[in-house]
Write a protein that binds this ligand. Structure first.
Ligand code: SAM
Length: 284
């Protein structure tokens, strides 16, 4: 079997440790982008920005059953759990991520905490009593939706897990402009979706329409593109190494991801790709 979920799971199994080591979320376990919104002046604040927004939503809707679709190593759950009492469930495709999340949330020398659990599996086809259909009042997905083979599959899954009237938050990339086929930007977009294994970077309209088809109404959208597009020294350094990383990408998921990440940085600046916060409510 060689479908999208198998390759994404393998991608995080193989490169996940390097994402944490060389990424910005080594301490916090965040495998998402720092967001330099107004008022954010430190890297740790930028890295936890996404988590803070989720915490605010969680408090607003008084969520007690929370589901993290694509939980990585459990960084967001650890952040929320430390601040808000609830029952948390996280799902990741990657076995190594699930193990790391288990260590992070349930350290051998820590108190026994039954408020969170991590499941390794594909949330689009999961068949386990541990994640009950229709039982979550907040479902969120941070930078995981784009990994699915289609956004319809993503929203169908989210809708299956959410209670009627529940909230769904999606924080992810979407396509803002459509470069001409064959142009340099078009090739960059291909490099990014290939490098990051993200076939579902769709337009705002496509995303919202797919959500609607599965019973979701858009309540709020925030465009954070300019907050993630700034270039730092590491981005310029990365660009220098891209030709070598391209050679390595045949053998290494991490090299492939670095090549994709370089393309994405430019696409964000050019506003071909955007980064957004989408808040939906389930109307059935
Ligand atoms: C970029 S990481 C984001 C991790 C986490 N949300 C965070 O912000 O730190 C993407 C995550 O989505 C997960 N993922 C993607 N597709 C999935 C699927 N179909 N089922 C379960 N997890 C999935 C991957 O395993 C990975 O943990």
């Amino acid at each position: 079997m060689h479908d999208q979920s198998v390759s994404v799971g393998r991608y995080y199994d193989r490169a996940g440790a390097l994402f944490l080591r060389f990424g910005r979320g080594r301490e916090s376990g965040a495998i998402h982008r720092p967001v330099w919104a107004p008022g954010v002046s430190h890297l740790q604040d930028a890295v936890s920005f996404v988590n803070r927004q989720l915490l605010m939503c969680m408090r607003e809707v008084r969520a007690v059953d929370v589901l993290d679709l694509g939980c990585g190593v459990g960084g967001t759950i650890a952040y929320l759990r430390a601040r808000q009492k609830a029952r948390y469930t996280g799902i990741t495709l990657s076995r190594t991520q699930a193990e790391e999340a288990g260590r992070r949330l349930h350290p051998a020398d820590g108190p026994d905490d039954a408020s969170s659990k991590i499941i390794q599996g594909n949330f689009a086809v999961l068949d386990t009593h541990e994640v009950q259909a229709g039982s979550y009042d907040l479902v969120y997905a941070v930078e995981s939706m784009v990994h699915l083979a289609s956004v319809d599959t993503f929203f169908a899954s989210a809708a299956r897990y959410g209670r009627p009237d529940s909230t769904l938050i999606v924080i992810d990339d979407f396509q803002k402009r459509f470069p001409l086929e064959g142009s340099a930007r078009y090739r960059r977009f291909q490099t990014y979706t290939w490098g990051w294994r993200v076939p579902s970077v769709v337009s705002y309209d496509e995303l919202v329409s797919a959500a609607r088809r599965h019973g979701y109404r858009l309540e709020e959208f925030r465009d954070w593109t300019v907050y993630v597009s700034a270039h730092g020294t590491r981005d310029y350094l990365l660009r220098v190494f891209v030709p070598f990383l391209k050679l390595g990408s045949r053998y290494s998921e991490w090299c492939r991801s670095m090549v994709g990440g370089d393309a994405l940085k430019r696409l964000l600046l050019e506003e071909v790709v955007g980064y957004g916060f989408f808040r939906f409510s389930l109307t059935r």
